[in-house]
Every structure is written in structure tokens, then in C-alpha cells.
Ligand binder design. Sequence first.
Ligand SMILES: C[S@@+](CC[C@H](N)C(=O)[O-])C[C@H]1O[C@@H](n2cnc3c(N)ncnc32)[C@H](O)[C@@H]1O
Length: 396
Amino acid sequence: MQPQRTPANNLPEPHPDSLQHSKRVSASLVRAIETAGGSISFGEFMQHALYAPGLGYYVAGTRKFGADGDFVTAPEVSPLFGRVLATQCAAVLSGIAGGRILELGAGSGALAVQILQKLEELDCLPERYQILDVSADLRDRQQQLIREQLPSMLGRVEWIQQLPAGFRGVVVANEVADALPVERFIKVDGEVAQLRVALDESGFVWRVATAPEWLTAGVRAIEKDLGSELPAGYQSEFSPGLQGWIGDLADSVQDAVVLLFDYGIARHEYYAPDRNSGWLRCYFRHHAHDDPLLYPGIQDLTAWVDFTAVAEAADGAGMTVGSYVTQSQFLLHGGLAEEMADFDKLDQRQQYELSRAVKLLTLPGEMGEHFKCLALSKGSASVPAAITVSDRRHVL
Ligand SMILES: C[S@@+](CC[C@H](N)C(=O)[O-])C[C@H]1O[C@@H](n2cnc3c(N)ncnc32)[C@H](O)[C@@H]1O
């Protein structure tokens, strides 16, 4: 869900314990900056703030998801998202004997619960539901949620530490690509410069520095694809880990459909001339703002996804890009109406809540169009027809 944008100087006060934690994360970042000789790249800052062992936003024990956290994802809005997704998983699994589900970055575990519940109703449970999450803290929470809500399924769910080999089935990842650290760059005198994080008496500050060769090469490749150079002063992001992430995934699957959901757009929109301050967003207690250097370790840092880059990486790694649709189209054609079949039997309050969830998940100004589903396939598996209705691959 996209909360209202709030100026960074107008955010709610962090809880004192949270602030203490952020001070510990800041101290660790200060040491990293000093050890590096005075500055680190923004990608290193983001990696540290989100994933530093025992400290980072995703690995330390703060509550992130849902009403008490910082942001709400589609499975946290309503089980509708997971139930429709499960219907599409069932369509894929019906063609892959012994196929499994692999969920990447499972967050609170809510999506796993929704998918497993619906697959049980459809009598289509996979023998194994695997979860791969970089956060040990979240893995514990996922286990706890499944133990509480679906104890009979615990034996079927398996937490893995690395991608499996020869995977057959469906891979799902909701809002994981946006959590991969990004680098920030700025165009100066026709050259690509890197935005780094340094220190002064006020705290963390930005430094403009010569870009490493790989970053220059990445931005030049984007400019070549766009057919023109980005203008002077133009600032944006580049995800250095995206290609490797997709490449590793492609290597690990044999016969599989991969369904990636995230807020994102095609490259020509991502690097549009008027979009000259990039796509990085920070989430703190349901306020979206633009200062990623604030409150390290207690706010989420996230960047919209360049789906053209994802599609190129998948294509280059031997996967077929099968469809690119908005979340709204995915839900509407994927089985949302069937999930609403008993609407009339619900009481007024339940009807209100369900209508509200449908609006949040499907309306263009909410999650309906900002979020996309990119469907990839490899081997004998194919993307279900329902996900290909209103396919927009031509914009990528
Ligand atoms: C924004 S949360 C989304 C959580 C969940 N999918 C949802 O929709 O609520 C990002 C999740 O991805 C995990 N994550 C980040 N990088 C990852 C990676 N490279 N592989 C697997 N999980 C990752 C985080 O620990 C976290 O669980």
C-alpha cells in the first residue's frame, strides 16, 4: 500500500527503544565508513541498514509488517491476494507431477498461510512448501505463524538456506526485488558519478564521487537502451544485485514458473527525463518519505523495480518471460471473482472489510497498477493462461 508522503522532518517520534537500536546501527555504520576511509557507497549503506547481522532492519526483531509496523504488503491487506495466487499455483502444479512451491522472502509468513489454506481447499497441496528468507528473525516468525495458524502443515513447510538444485514447481516472491540494495548515481558533466555516504559533524551526509567502472557501465547500458544520455544533474538508482539474483534463480529451476510481484515499471518510465530524483522510498510507521539516511535500522528502505532489467536478466539466463501484468489484472483474471462468490452471505461489517481490501489491492491509485506481476518460466512449465490476459510485455 502506498501511504501518504510525509516530509522527513515531520515524521512521528520513534519509540525510545527503537531510537536506541537505531543508534547502535548508526554506530556500526560509522565504523564501516571510517574503516572504508571516509565513505561507503549507498548500496553498502542500504545493505548494512537492512541486513547487518543482528542489527539490520530485516534481521533484528522489530515489527515491520501490518498495522503495528511500518508498511503493509498485499498479503497483509487481505488473504485475497494469497488465495488468488494459490489458484494460479494450482494451475501450474497440475502440469508438474511432484512439483513444489518455493517462496522467496516470506516476511511474516502470511502469504504462505494463505496459499497453503487455499491449496488444501483445492485438494492440490504440494508435497513441500519451501521458504528461503535471508532473515533468521523472520524465519522464526514464519515458523511461529504457521505453528499457530496451520499446525497440520508444519511438516510440509521447509525453510532452506540456499536455492535448491533442479527445482520443479512454482517460485513466488512478493516485494523481494525492491528490498535488494541499490546504488544511487548522478550525472555530472556528462559522466556518471556515484552517490556515497560520508560523515560530518551533523551525521551521515551525501558525497559525490567518481563512479566505479561497473556502475558507469550499468548506467551507460541503460542510456544506450533509452537511445539518449540522461541529462546533467539527473539522479536515480541502479540495482547491482538484480541480475545475479535472477541468474541464480534461473540456474536453480528446472521446470518452473516464477511469479515476481513488486512495485515497478518499464525502463523508459523508470529513467524518464522528469523522474530525476529516482525511486528510492523510505517507510517509517506508515509514513513514506525521502531521507534514507535517517533512522538506520528502524525504517524500511526500498526502491521501485526496473522490470525491463528483470526481464533482460531472466532472458539472458535462459528463462522465458511469459507475461507482465498489473496486480489488478492478475487478481481480476486470476480468480478474484470466485473468491467473492459468497459476498452476499457475509454480514455488513465483513462486506465492508472485503470491499475495502479489494479496493486497496486493485485500484490504480492504491496497489492495483503500481504493482506488477512478472511471470517467467523454464523447462516444461508454462505460465497459466489467466495471467497472460492483458499482458503488457510490449512496454518492457
Ligand atoms: C518487503 S519484505 C516482503 C515480505 C513478504 N513477501 C510480504 O509480501 O509481506 C522483503 C522480504 O524479503 C526478504 N529478503 C530480502 N532479500 C532477500 C533475498 N535475497 N532472498 C530471500 N529473501 C530476501 C526479507 O527478509 C523480507 O522477508
